[in-house]
Ligand binder design. Structure first.
Ligand code: PLP
Length: 447
């Protein structure tokens, strides 16, 4: 490995980081991670900490998942690449599609379209939604609805349905015909409603109102995360997603579940949709599908929707969409091994149990520290603290204070993620109770 000074200097000189000002890495050098094992990462200066971010919500099985590593190495030896564009396929991706079909059967999803990651999965689902309506003879259904504060990646379609201005403003104009509904975010919402159930009803009414205003026959799909992740971990009332499902069905609108974070156990259930008892028309997955070891994703498609494509003879159903790396055999091999380990270890159960400990610990911290305005979680291993400078007015916290908290927590043993005023916690699903306590005490050191 090159020496530490070389790496730090050249990082600042040559790399533009996602979600950062290009000059930021000189003023605030990033943590250069050089190793990882179990649920811990090691940086270039030799600090070892619990990774409370889980890579980027994706390293669900930790950094030492040997079966996934072995599967990648073996596949590189056998077939390092072949495309799945019309005319060719590969054995691993076929095997994976069958496994995913079983895994997502309770969600009513049986066909897979493979991608290289979450943004690709979102883009795929948005495009297939429009095509579905064209095949069905409703070409006017082209608009998309989504939630404010939702995150759907950064391709142009995904950014257009994103509900956070930070990912939109500098890239506008985005896709026309995208409209955003208030999120069921109890801590702050335009209705000043603090009861989750009443708030869910208000947001659902806003959705119905927007559909009536736009005209149902102009809307292709509604896309939502079952639990909003990057927007600050916002779990809706348990009836919310079901309400969305009913409204979509009543209006002929497809429901796309963006489960790039929530699929494969993070919520304590095998998918976020299942967590809420909902069957979507499409589900976007990525991230934990390969434990973060290989860029890969899949859009899962419901039977009824798939049959519209498969039974069409009008010439509109050929899929004019796809990626060089759709169905990459190495990614498929990684995903097969990852899925087997995910099920064998029943990581959803550990996510639920450790998630409950983490959430309780965060609530205890909030009793001691006024800087914590809101604690969100309670559904597996996705939690957030929203920090404020004044609890009574909910006035926002300044960036230097939150940066100091992150730095102190890191020195005290945990990598945490900051997103706006939120501390986001999404550790690997295989962590134990002692790791949860390490995260909590590191956070406490920061406050
Ligand atoms: N959708 C959701 C819900 C996400 O959380 C993310 C990434 O965090 C994406 C889409 C985009 O995924 P990727 O960064 O792999 O393109």
């Amino acid at each position: 490995m090159k020496d530490s000074n070389f790496l730090k200097e050249n990082n600042a000189r040559s790399i533009w980081h996602p979600m950062a000002h290009p000059a930021d890495s000189r003023a605030n050098p990033p943590t250069i991670v050089t190793g990882a094992a179990g649920v811990r990462i090691t940086d270039i200066d030799g600090h070892e900490v619990v990774d409370a971010v889980g890579g980027l919500w994706n390293v669900n099985l930790g950094f030492s998942c040997q079966p996934v590593k072995d599967a990648i190495a073996a596949q590189l030896d056998t077939l390092p690449y072949y495309s799945t564009f019309r005319g060719t396929s590969n054995d691993k991706v076929i095997e994976l599609a069958e496994e995913l079909r079983d895994f997502f059967a309770p969600d009513g999803l049986s066909r897979a379209f493979f991608t290289s990651g979450g943004s690709d999965s979102v883009e795929t689902a948005l495009r297939l939604a429009r095509q579905y309506h064209k095949i069905k003879g409703e070409p006017g259904r082209v608009k998309y609805l989504s939630l404010k504060k939702g995150y759907h990646g950064t391709h142009t379609g995904g950014a257009s349905v994103n509900g956070n201005a930070n990912f939109r403003t500098q890239y506008e104009p985005l896709l026309p015909g995208c409209y955003h509904i208030p999120a069921p975010y109890t801590y702050r919402n335009p209705f000043n409603e603090t009861d989750p159930e009443r708030l869910a009803r208000l947001c659902l009414a806003a959705l119905e109102d927007e559909i009536a205003f736009q005209g149902a026959s102009t809307i292709a799909a509604f896309i939502m995360e079952p639990i909003l992740g990057a927007g600050g971990v916002i779990p809706p009332h348990p009836g919310f997603m079901k309400g969305v499902r009913n409204i979509c069905s009543k209006n002929g609108i497809l429901l796309i579940a963006d489960e790039v974070i929530t699929a494969f156990g993070r919520t304590g259930s095998w998918s976020g949709s299942r967590h809420w008892g909902v069957q979507p028309d499409m589900m976007c997955t990525a991230k934990a599908i390969t434990n973060g070891y290989f860029p890969f994703g899949a859009v899962m498609i419901a039977d009824a929707m798939a049959e519209v494509f498969e039974n069409d003879s009008s010439g509109k159903a050929a899929i004019g969409h796809g990626y060089t790396y759709s169905g990459h055999p190495v990614g498929a091999a990684a995903a097969l091994a990852c899925l087997a380990e995910t099920k064998r270890l029943k990581v959803n159960e550990n996510a639920a149990a450790r998630g409950a400990e983490l959430y309780a610990g965060l609530q205890a911290l909030a009793e001691k520290h006024d800087i914590i305005g809101d604690v969100r979680g309670g559904h597996g291993l996705m939690c957030a603290l929203e920090l404020v400078s004044d609890r009574a007015t909910k006035a926002s916290i300044d960036k230097p204070t939150i940066a100091t908290i992150q730095e102190t927590a890191y020195r005290a043993g945990a990598m945490i993620r900051i997103s706006g005023p939120n501390v986001i916690l999404s550790p690997p699903l295989v962590l134990d109770s002692a790791d949860v306590q390490t995260i909590l005490s590191a956070l406490a050191a920061g406050f």
